[in-house]
Design a protein. Structure first.
Length: 237
C-alpha cells in the first residue's frame, strides 16, 4: 500500500548541497550551495544553461550520486546516511526516473521494459498478474497499446520516451525526476511527450522535478528555479 504523505511537509529537501569533481588533479566545482525543497504533488522546473550542473543535481536529489557536502532528505530520511541497500530500495519504490536517452533494454519488448521496475525484490512482481495489468494500463495511457511486443529498435524516439515514462510510473512513485525528456525529439513529438508526462503525474498526484533549458516547458510547472554558478535561485514563471 502506498504511504500517505502529509501535503504540508516537504517530500524532498536539500540543504547546502555541493558537488566537486577531481579531473587531472584539479578540482572542478559544479554545485556550490544548493538548497531546495518540494512538496507532495508539486511540479518544479530546474532551468539553466548547458553545463550548469542540472543533471548532476538531479542525480543527487534522486540518490544516484553522493554530494561532496550537504544533505538530502526524502520523507524526513537523510538518504545518504541510509545503507546502500535501503537507498536502492527507496529509489526502486518511491522515485521514478525519466532520462533523455530513454535507457530501455534492447533485448526486451515494450511490455517487458515497463515491467522491469517491478522486478526488484521490492517491486510489485510479488503479484505478477497485477503488475502486468498495471503495465498494460500505463502503456495504454501513453498511447502505445498497439506496440506491446515491439522492441526499442522498432520504436520511434517519441515512442521510446513514452515507454520510459510508463516505466518510471510503474511502481507508483511519490516523485518523478525527468532530465530533459524532450531534448532528443522534434517539437511536435516533444509536445506529445510533455502532454503525457504532465497528465500522468497530475492524475496520479506524483511530485515532479523537471530539468530543462526550455522556458516554455518550465512555465508548465508550479515553480521554476534557475541553476546559475552552482547556486539554485528562484526564477519568475
Amino acid at each position: 500500500m502506498k504511504q500517505e504523505l502529509d501535503p504540508a511537509k516537504d517530500l524532498l529537501s536539500a540543504c547546502q548541497v555541493a558537488k566537486t569533481y577531481t579531473l587531472g588533479g584539479r578540482e572542478l566545482p559544479v554545485l556550490q550551495r544548493v538548497t531546495f525543497r518540494i512538496r507532495p504533488s508539486e511540479a518544479v522546473a530546474i532551468v539553466g544553461v548547458s553545463g550548469a550542473g542540472k543533471s548532476t543535481l538531479l542525480n543527487i536529489l534522486g540518490g544516484l550520486d553522493r554530494p561532496t557536502r550537504g544533505t538530502v532528505h526524502f520523507a524526513q530520511q537523510d538518504i545518504y546516511r541510509l545503507p546502500s541497500g535501503e537507498r536502492t530500495r527507496l529509489r526502486a519504490t518511491r522515485i521514478g526516473f525519466v532520462f533523455q536517452t530513454y535507457h530501455l533494454v534492447q533485448e526486451l519488448d515494450l511490455l517487458e521494459n515497463v515491467l522491469l521496475a517491478s522486478m526488484s525484490g521490492w517491486g510489485a512482481l510479488r503479484n505478477r498478474e497485477a503488475s502486468r495489468r498495471r503495465a498494460i494500463e500505463l502503456i495504454d495511457q501513453v498511447g502505445l497499446s498497439d506496440r506491446l511486443n515491439h522492441r526499442p529498435d522498432e520504436l520511434s524516439g517519441g515512442e521510446q520516451q513514452r515507454a520510459a515514462i510508463a516505466r518510471a510510473l510503474m511502481n507508483d512513485p511519490d516523485l518523478v525526476l525527468a532530465d530533459e525528456p524532450t531534448g532528443n525529439l522534434d517539437t511536435a513529438t516533444g509536445e506529445l511527450i510533455l502532454q503525457h508526462l504532465f497528465a500522468l503525474v497530475r492524475d496520479r498526484q506524483h511530485a515532479l522535478i523537471l530539468v530543462t533549458h526550455n522556458e516554455e516547458i518550465s512555465a508548465r510547472c508550479d515553480r521554476r528555479l534557475e541553476l546559475r554558478d552552482g547556486v539554485l535561485e528562484d526564477s519568475p514563471l
